[in-house]
Design a protein around this ligand. Structure first.
Ligand SMILES: *[C@@H]1O[C@H](CO)[C@@H](O)[C@H](O)[C@H]1NC(C)=O
Ligand SMILES: *[C@@H]1O[C@H](CO)[C@@H](O)[C@H](O)[C@H]1NC(C)=O
Ligand SMILES: *[C@@H]1O[C@H](CO)[C@@H](O)[C@H](O)[C@H]1NC(C)=O
Length: 184
């Protein structure tokens, strides 16, 4: 993401010199710059430092202490015990973004630390935002480990992850990390 930002910056710096071979004219560069803002500068907008919160946190279980259990945290590699959150059957994990962002990718890291097998989960993901209300953007009963969900460019303010039917092991939906961003 940083690389894209850097390249855009370099393009802006060198518009004159690059003009003969530039892929974008000034108007298009202007539009790209505008889009970068609504797209959260191509960074993960579902993180604490971007102002995202789990708005139904009182109904979500957190294991691993204050700093190490939220799926919106950045310190995700310290996992001696815990390091995840969970909800029961038919329950949701609801993420409210700081503002409406145009994104097209959600990445979810589902608990995959079982010693001899990989758990599969039955989940659904809904999005609300500009012109959409709890729109289904993903469903699968075979989601596992790091699951990447791509969808068309959408203006999103809230993401709901539903535990539709637990995992191949038990009734719980267990999540290590969530990211939401715009990817080219
Ligand atoms: C920039 O490129 C777009 C798409 O090719 C074109 O429609 C537009 O007229 C161009 N604008 C300028 C200022 O050259
Ligand atoms: C998952 O969904 C497929 C397609 O709907 C279905 O055939 C299969 O039985 C389901 N598996 C489980 C474990 O629910
Ligand atoms: C829900 O999961 C259970 C246990 O894995 C399975 O037996 C059942 O068929 C699933 N139900 C649906 C509707 O997929």
């Amino acid at each position: 993401m940083k690389l894209i930002y850097l390249s855009l910056y370099l393009i802006f710096q060198n518009v004159e010199t690059m003009n003969s071979v530039a892929k974008y004219n000034i108007t298009q560069l202007d539009q790209l710059k505008q889009k970068s803002i609504i797209r959260g500068e191509y960074k993960d907008v579902a993180q604490e430092s971007a102002g995202a919160i789990i708005s139904n946190a009182r109904s979500v279980g957190f294991v691993g202490g204050l700093k190490n259990s939220s799926p919106l945290r950045n310190a995700i590699y310290y996992m001696i015990s815990g390091g995840y959150c969970y909800v029961g059957l038919s329950q949701f994990i609801i993420i409210d973004l700081l503002q409406t962002y145009e994104i097209n990718t959600i990445k979810i890291w589902l608990y995959d630390r079982d010693p001899t097998f990989i758990r599969t989960y039955d989940i659904q993901i809904f999005a609300s935002g500009l012109g959409i209300n709890d729109q289904l953007i993903y469903e699968s009963n075979n989601s596992k480990s790091v699951t990447i969900i791509k969808f068309s460019d959408t203006l999103i303010k809230q993401i709901k992850i539903k535990n539709r039917n637990g995992s191949s092991l038990d009734q719980w939906l267990v999540i290590l990390k969530i990211q939401a961003f715009y990817a080219f």
